[in-house]
Design a protein around this ligand. Structure first.
Ligand code: FMN
Length: 200
């Protein structure tokens, strides 16, 4: 019998919480890029993730509402914090509209410090979001009108693609089963781990 280690695909979970769909589309774009780079990717809404044990790495994101991630993304991190902390994890937030300094609401700075603290991400990226007035609930419409929030699709697909490519650059396409399916990050990546992602 051969004792050679069995080589398996590196499995990546891409999950995002989205109220109106635009952040899930960002997750899907990231998932497509990672798949095209040879990784074995599953992309899911955050609320559909039951376990993270079968994955070697994760990319987790959320739309930002009132300065925070949506509940399904917060719950996902909280429920699987230990497993996530032992894997390479990338976080992304989608929210700012138009001018990146235009906050909605103006006093709620993005705060993902609890999530970053829990999983110790390799990196946390913030992407511009999308605001479609037609899709908003009555209260959201009132809020958006009162704050004169810019309406439109401000998502920067090039930046999203570059983020996904940078993730793929750091993950091998396959790993040996002998290594317990855990993918080791290069030390350079370790050095760039983001400990606090609190935004100004
Ligand atoms: C009521 C409301 C509150 C929002 N609060 C914030 C916020 O605090 N910070 C931010 O950057 N964006 C905020 N946004 C913008 C959303 O995050 C942005 O529209 C995002 O792309 C929506 O993603 P989704 O389509 O996945 O729900 C808010 C939008 C609405 C309608």
């Amino acid at each position: 019998m051969s004792s050679l280690p069995r080589v398996v695909d590196v499995r990546v979970l891409v999950a995002a919480a989205s109220r109106h769909g635009s952040t899930l589309e960002i997750a899907q774009a990231i998932g497509r890029t990672l798949s095209a780079r040879g990784l074995d990717v599953l992309t899911l809404p955050a609320e559909e993730v039951d376990a993270v044990d079968g994955f070697d790495a994760a990319v987790l994101g959320s739309a930002v509402y009132y300065g925070h991630w949506l509940e399904p993304a917060r719950d996902l991190v909280e429920a699987h914090a230990a497993a996530l902390a032992s894997r390479p994890v990338w976080l992304f937030s989608s929210g700012p509209l138009g001018d990146p300094d235009h906050r909605l609401p103006p006093d709620d700075a993005l705060d993902v410090s609890a999530q970053a603290e829990a999983v110790q991400p390799v990196e946390h990226r913030i992407f511009a979001g999308k605001l479609d007035r037609q899709a908003l609930a009555f209260r959201e419409k009132a809020m958006v009108a009162a704050l004169k929030a810019p309406v439109g699709d401000f998502r920067d697909w090039e930046a999203i693609e570059a983020f996904a490519q940078s993730i793929a650059d750091r993950l091998p396409e396959s790993t040996s089963l002998d290594s317990g399916r855990s993918v080791d990050l290069p030390s350079e990546a370790e050095a760039t781990r983001t400990r606090s992602c609190r935004r100004r």
